[in-house]
Write a protein that binds this ligand. Structure first.
Ligand code: COA
Ligand code: AMP
Length: 638
């Protein structure tokens, strides 16, 4: 340990690595079990480890019912604030439990049993949280799909998860438009080979949809005739949910989370990392379609007995760049979590944070940022304007919570701009070279976690046990490969620099450039293409396509580019934010045929780059540079 530390953090960190069973066994005591686990960590079956394997619990019981039994039933569990529908509503633990128990009854009436999958394709409304918790209540496995994904992406997830039932809503609401969900869902069901037997639809007053007789059922009607169902005891390692995330191909990875490890870890993080207790108001401004929404809109805060905020709006435009300050002030939010891109959006609209002046933020203690690296400019702006600590923390869908964080509940460490601080308890992080040798402090390499992984990390990949091993454990035996590159400095501070694969991060959303390339090459006139992630002041990165057309393509290049942009929007969804592409005559490649995406990205970002000795045709780089300049990227080079 370096000189920069706090006693509580150091003690927790050391114990978590020297005696993980003692550390997490003690954390497990804060969860209510039907059968308390005797085996805390099992590394016999898998080197990455399984947690609390002989324990039995129910996550929904821990998130809801037990708070009522503790006499807190009338306290507020969920605040729904929706500037896009001008709605505000509070749900007590008792009310949320009642709704959840009834929706569990609805699921049971539709034949859903333990282990069955339910796809949830919904906007940020309370029914989404109810549907997730109702699945957890009866041991059904939910798969929430982000509303910004198009039919094709939804179809891929339906085919992989094979849900009996899909839960959806009549529409989502963006800043400037209503998005009818049923055409997207109908399209997905038509594309998918697997056909769910029923669709349960929340009819929103902003846009009511027609229901398909025999397949679609109204949420309200189904609820009216359902009994309230109690929680079902589950094994710790029974899956709680599948959450699909981008992999290096167009086929997403279905990250599977367990019940026991997840409940113990998330409950522990609420105090240790976010420094909140039961009764405090915690807000994560994300979307339930992402891991941040799963962990810190729904499960983490409710497990701890906090009030959580469900915000259906944007940092800007609903109605202005003061929306975040309003929520923090109105609901006395103590700890707030969002993505740096949201702060960049606010800073762009209201650079002097004028709107902040009209709100009282005295209960607000600390801001957490994640989803992408917090750039020093954004960090400084947020620190200066809020006059509160601003903490960057690093994690992934796979890990479910922080790999590196400044653990506010264990004593805040000094903040270094550009670093998510130190490895969190449970994580023994090392920087490795390609020979799996540990590098010295300051040297850049692959950020890897020594096995076992702490509780809350993924159990496996749904339907893809081999891909699970290949993706995460094969390249660096004995370690979990994060697929992020970076270094650790002499004080133990972690610096995350970039991905080592083709994943890009657009407005905090994880996307695969490989997946976009697959869509682009399906255009009849595109022979070959490359998608690169270029730096963007607001969204962090944006995808840009470089296309080579088939000989004899008859359409105008402009028309083909427009069709390609539309194709990505239709196939992946608007969230891909794919809006720039150019036609070139060739792509720079090594002699072995590998496209030099990294070099093109550096040209676009106007960074220094070194040409690989094996490049086939350096001339093609000039054409790429020119094409990028025409799109407003890169700068003239000599
Ligand atoms: N359903 C349908 N469409 C959606 C959607 C949803 N749930 N979410 C986003 N979209 C659409 C948007 O309307 C936009 O469409 P457009 O191309 O027609 O304008 C497109 O997808 C891109 O959305 P987004 O990346 O959100 O860009 P934006 O310009 O609307 O907003 C920010 C920019 C920075 C304000 C916004 O991205 C933001 O708040 N980001 C926070 C990130 C976050 O929560 N990340 C989760 C991990 S912490
Ligand atoms: P997701 O699985 O969508 O949460 O995306 C995970 C990826 O986002 C990580 O592998 C990183 O590349 C990036 N990321 C998330 N948080 C941070 C952070 N605080 N600093 C740097 N990169 C981050």
């Amino acid at each position: 340990m370096s000189s920069i530390s706090s006693d509580a953090f150091e003690k927790a960190y050391d114990l978590s690595l020297s005696n993980p069973s003692q550390f997490w066994g003690s954390a497990a005591k804060e969860i209510t079990w039907y059968k308390s686990p005797k085996i805390i960590l099992d590394t016999e079956k898998t080197a990455h480890g399984q947690w609390f394997v002989d324990g039995k619990l129910n996550t929904c019981y821990n998130a809801l019912d037990r708070h009522i039994e503790a006499g807190r039933g009338e306290e507020i569990a969920l605040i729904y604030d929706s500037p896009v529908t001008l709605t505000k509503r509070k749900y007590s633990f008792a009310e949320l439990t009642d709704q959840t128990a009834h929706f569990a009854g609805v699921l049971k009436n539709f034949g859903i049993r333990k282990g069955d999958r339910v796809i949830i394709y919904m906007p940020m409304i309370p029914e989404t949280v109810v549907a997730m918790l109702a699945c957890a209540r009866i041991g059904a496995i939910h798969g929430v799909v982000f509303g910004g994904f198009a039919s094709n992406e939804l179809a891929v997830r339906i085919d992989d998860a094979k849900p009996k039932v899909v839960v959806s809503a009549s529409c989502g609401i963006e800043v400037n438009r209503i998005i009818p969900y049923m055409p997207l869902l109908d399209g997905a069901i038509e594309l998918a080979e697997h056909k769910p037997s029923a669709v349960i639809v929340v009819q929103r007053p902003e846009f009511e949809t027609e229901l398909l007789p025999g397949r679609d059922w109204s949420w309200n009607e189904a609820m009216a005739s359902a009994d309230a169902i109690d929680c079902v005891p589950l094994n710790s390692t029974d899956p709680l949910y599948i959450l699909y995330t981008s992999g290096t191909t167009g086929i997403p990875k279905g990250v599977v989370r367990d019940n026991g490890g997840h409940a113990v870890a998330l409950n522990w993080t609420m105090k240790a990392i976010y420094n909140v207790e039961a009764g405090d108001v915690f807000w994560a401004a994300s979307d339930v379609g992402w891991v941040v929404g799963h962990s810190y809109i729904v499960y983490g805060p409710l497990l701890k007995g906090c009030t959580t905020v469900l915000f259906e709006g944007k940092p800007v435009g609903t109605p202005d760049a003061g929306a975040f300050w309003r929520i923090i002030s109105d609901y006395k939010v103590k700890s707030f979590f969002t993505a740096p891109t949201a702060f960049r959006a606010i800073k762009k609209e209201d650079p002097d944070a004028e709107l902040l002046r009209s709100y009282d933020l005295k209960d607000f203690k600390i801001l957490f940022l994640a989803g992408e690296r917090t750039d020093p400019d954004t960090l400084r702006w947020a620190q200066e304007k809020l006059e509160k600590p601003v903490v960057d923390h690093w994690w992934q869908t796979e890990t479910g919570w922080s790999i590196a964080a400044n653990c506010a509940g264990l004593g805040l460490l000094p903040i270094k701009a550009g670093s998510p601080t130190k490895a969190a308890p449970g994580w023994c992080l090392e920087v490795l070279n390609e020979r799996c040798e540990s590098l010295r402090s300051g040297q850049v390499g692959a950020l890897c976690g020594k096995l076992p992984m702490p509780p809350g990390s993924m159990l496996t990949l749904w339907n893809a046990p081999d891909r699970f091993i290949e993706s995460y454990f094969q390249e660096f035996p004995g370690y979990y490969k994060t697929a992020d590159a970076g270094f650790i400095d002499e004080d133990g501070y972690v610096f995350v620099m970039s991905r080592t694969d083709d994943i890009i991060n657009v407005a905090g959303h994880r996307l695969s450039t490989g997946g976009m390339e697959e869509v682009l090459t399906s255009h009849p006139d595109v022979a070959e293409c490359a998608v690169i992630g270029v730096a963007d002041q607001l969204k962090g990165q944006l995808p840009v396509g470089l296309l080579i057309l088939k000989t004899g393509a008859e359409k105008q290049t402009g028309e083909i580019i427009e069709e390609c942009i539309q194709l990505v929007r239709d196939q992946i969804g608007p969230v891909a934010a794919f809006k720039k592409a150019a036609v070139v005559s060739c792509l720079p490649k090594t002699r072995s045929g590998k496209i030099l995406r990294g070099t093109m990205q550096k040209i676009a970002d106007n960074e220094e780059f070194r040409l690989p000795a094996t490049i086939e045709d350096p001339v093609s780089l000039e054409e790429i540079d020119e094409a990028l300049q025409k799109m407003g990227l890169s700068k003239a080079r000599k």
